[in-house]
Ligand binder design. Structure first.
Ligand code: SF4
Length: 238
């Protein structure tokens, strides 16, 4: 396993694991308990958006998880200024992860007053409870023949092909996203002079919506998968 890139809300790493296992971990992201607004009382809504749209938008705002265990938690919002009403205006025991998610817009003399109630749920029940997303692809090897046309170098959007001593070489095969632009160029000139061969290693990208850290999401997803496998194993052995 090797970390390729790490940002606050995203991690990209390579690992030699079966894609069926990677897919299970991906699916179990939606089994991690996450907090989100589940009920909304609309006391006043003069904004141009329907009550249902406001409720939908508030439900999708990612909330910080630290004090989430004690859900349900009430959050209040009262706005009467002209301009955007943002997620940071929700006040209560927990805060939204991002302050500037627009909920609606108010014109002069308009008001929005709501009371939101949170719930702990899972992404397989509703996507508002989803902690993030994960996707992956195989790392590939590129087999390039000596008669491969030089045009493939400029055709590659990842800039990973270059010419060295009259040969075309691959600089960084991990960056190959299998777009097949090089194959397309070759098919017009020298068909099959470049071949893309998948290896058994994957590049996995995990992104967080902000409620949990990416490492925590990966760990908890595996924990949830393990729990279910233990359960199945118990049931089978009865
Ligand atoms: S498949 Fe796409 S990214 Fe990979 S080498 Fe060919 S052109 Fe470049």
């Amino acid at each position: 396993m090797k970390i390729i890139e790490k940002k606050p809300n995203q991690i990209v790493f390579s690992a030699k694991i079966e894609d069926s296992l990677a897919n299970s971990i991906r699916r179990y992201l939606n089994n991690i308990p996450i907090i989100a607004v589940d009920e909304l009382e609309i006391i006043k809504n003069d904004s141009p958006l329907y009550d249902e749209t406001i409720a939908h938008r508030v439900g999708l705002i990612p909330l910080k998880m630290e004090k989430a265990e004690k859900a349900p938690i009430k959050l209040k919002l009262s706005a009467n200024k002209e301009g955007f009403v943002n997620s940071g205006e929700l006040k209560g025991k927990i805060k939204s992860v991002y302050e500037n998610i627009p909920i609606t817009f108010l014109n002069k003399n308009q008001e929005l007053e709501i009371v939101a109630t949170t719930k702990i749920g899972k992404g397989n029940e509703h996507s508002k409870f989803s902690p993030g997303l994960m996707f992956y692809r195989n790392i590939v090897e590129l087999k390039i023949d000596s008669n491969c046309p030089k045009e493939v170098i400029d055709a590659c959007p990842q800039n990973i092909l270059k010419s060295e001593n009259g040969k075309i070489i691959v600089v960084d095969n991990i960056k190959c996203d299998i777009c097949e632009a090089c194959i397309e160029v070759c098919s017009k000139k020298k068909k099959d002079s470049i071949k893309i061969i998948p290896t058994d290693e994957l590049v996995i990208t995990l992104e967080s919506f902000g409620q949990l850290d990416v490492n925590e999401i990966f760990k908890r997803s595996i924990d949830e998968l393990r729990k279910d496998l233990k359960d199945i194993s118990k049931k089978i052995s009865k």
